[in-house]
Design a protein around this ligand. Structure first.
Ligand code: FAD
Length: 474
């Protein structure tokens, strides 16, 4: 759908080139939310997207939004609260997150949840996932939601320009960011932004140069995420003196088949259902219940960067068809899961040392049965929650997986209103940033569902602020 809108908008683009209230860079969940909300507030908006179609990493994602106190949680009898959510966020982030950003999220999550539902999101599934002490990940079919938001934006009068890459932010004589230079199919264009520029250009999971600077170890992970996510927005803001946060926390996600590539989306978290993870020697190397980001770092240190998710028929039966990260059946169908009647047979089929695997499973099963303490300190399925199961019921399964560089949860510093702060903590006038390009929210590590969540929450906050500023200036 992106292309037809591009064509339609391009026909009358000359009228709009020089005068918008707001210019947004990047059409993922963050950019689409701020752009659509701003148009709904009566502002004129140009949304520039570098690639040929909208979506970025958002449209490739699992589609989980983290919210507490929702209708769906109540319907499932989940007794979550904003207080529990805050506690979990701080624990996952090792208390390195900015509490003001967290509070802002919690204060605006309900409005955002309802706004998303009013704009096409549906949350039939609520799951407990990485970093959560209650089922808080609300799943929506994201490949439907993202194009729906784009369509609502253009139908409401917004200007969407794909294949248009912002390259420079221009400050006026007073230091205010009021213009964006972009490479478009019509050449270099200057877009004036009366009320402000919003960077929503995502992370740098595909930005080799920035990864080499901030997280060189992660260059060994499989590159992933939106094709345009090379860190353009971060570089442009950096050039203007923006501060940065959480840059040392960049870490890939464990759990993707080694053949994963540009066209192939795949992640499995069978370990949160009860699987163990072993290396090619058949040895466990980590407590499988910790964040899949921390698992990613642990796996990068293994021979060939490989970790096999090994499980039995009991865990196989927990597969959740159609739910990303949990659909074992789909991966079995495409031949990515090894299966055998014995552990030795499984090890041989998968390329794991058979004796190593057998003795590891024996020790693990003994620990689950309550004999010895677990050698990796595992006490639950995910985040300490959920009862462990032994690996005993044939057939046995092994899913080979590596670390995937999906996201970089770090970036420019912002205040709770989404205004970009410079290295000294002063607001850079006219410049806002939202979504994965921002730092400070997650701290040391990310909780599932909070990246789509923060893109939408802060997108709406920034749109409302820009509208209020426009009204005050009128
Ligand atoms: C496989 C996978 C699963 C995930 N699952 C989840 C999940 O279930 N829940 C969750 O919360 N998070 C999840 N994430 C993370 C989440 O999807 C992202 O962090 C989030 O979508 C980022 O949203 P965004 O709008 O900030 O950036 P993006 O969605 O990446 O959008 C940024 C856009 O900006 C464009 N752009 C870049 N540079 C420029 C430029 N110079 N000019 C114009 N446009 C530019 C890009 O092309 C891109 O389209 C997942 C990520 C992946 C890869």
């Amino acid at each position: 759908m992106g292309r037809s809108h591009v064509r339609r908008e391009r026909d009358d683009m000359t009228d709009h080139r020089t005068g918008y209230d707001v210019v947004v860079l990047g059409a993922g969940i963050a950019g689409l939310t701020v752009a659509l909300s701003a148009v709904e507030h009566g502002l004129s908006v140009a949304l520039l997207e570098k690639t040929a179609a909208v979506g970025g990493s958002s449209v490739m994602s699992g589609g989980f939004f983290a919210f507490s106190g929702t209708d769906e949680q109540r319907a499932h009898g989940v007794g979550d609260s904003a207080e529990a959510f805050l506690k979990d966020l701080l624990e996952v982030g090792a208390h390195r997150n900015d509490p003001a950003l967290l509070q802002q999220y919690l204060d605006h999550q309900q409005d955002t949840y309802r706004w998303l539902k009013a704009h096409g999101a549906e949350f039939p599934v609520v799951e407990i996932s990485s970093g959560q002490s209650f089922a808080r990940s609300h799943h929506t079919p994201i490949r439907t939601l993202i194009p729906a938001l784009a369509e609502q934006f253009t139908e409401a009068g917004g200007t969407l320009l794909c294949a248009s890459r912002a390259t420079e932010l221009v400050r006026d004589a007073g230091g205010r960011v009021g213009e964006v230079v972009a490479e478009t199919p019509d050449g270099l264009v200057r877009f004036a932004a009366r009320r402000g520029v919003v960077i929503a250009s995502g992370g740098f999971s595909r930005g080799e140069e920035l990864l080499a600077v901030f997280a060189p170890d992660q260059l060994a992970a499989i590159p992933y995420g939106g094709l345009g996510n090379t860190g353009d927005g971060l570089r442009m803001a950096w050039k203007l003196g923006a501060g940065m946060a959480d840059m040392s926390a960049v870490c890939g996600t464990y759990g993707s088949h080694p053949d994963t590539g540009i066209e192939f989306h795949e992640l499995l978290t069978a370990y949160y259902l009860g699987a163990i993870i072993v290396n090619t020697a058949g040895r466990r190397f980590v407590d499988e219940s910790i964040s899949y980001k921390s698992l990613g770092a642990a796996c990068l240190a293994q021979p060939e960067g490989l970790g096999f998710q090994v499980f039995d028929a009991v865990v196989r039966a927990r597969s959740h068809p159609g739910v990303p990260l949990n659909d074992i059946g789909m991966l079995e169908e495409i031949g990515h899961v090894h299966r055998a009647g014995t552990l030795e047979g499984l090890a041989e089929a998968a390329g794991i040392d058979p004796a190593g695997l057998v003795s590891t499973v024996e020790r693990y099963n003994a620990a689950v049965a309550g004999g010895e303490p677990d050698e990796q300190g595992r006490t639950g399925l995910v985040n300490g929650v959920g009862e462990l199961v032994p690996v005993v019921e044939p057939p046995f399964y092994a899913y080979p997986a590596k670390t995937l560089m999906t996201t970089t949860y770090c970036g420019v510093t912002i205040d709770p209103h989404g205004r970009v702060l410079d290295v000294d903590g002063a607001v850079i006038p006219g410049l806002s940033a939202i979504g994965e390009v921002t730092g400070g929210f997650h701290g040391a590590a990310y909780m599932t569902g909070t990246s789509l969540g923060k893109g939408a929450v802060f997108g709406r906050i920034v749109a409302a602020r820009l509208a209020a500023e426009a009204a005050a200036a009128a």
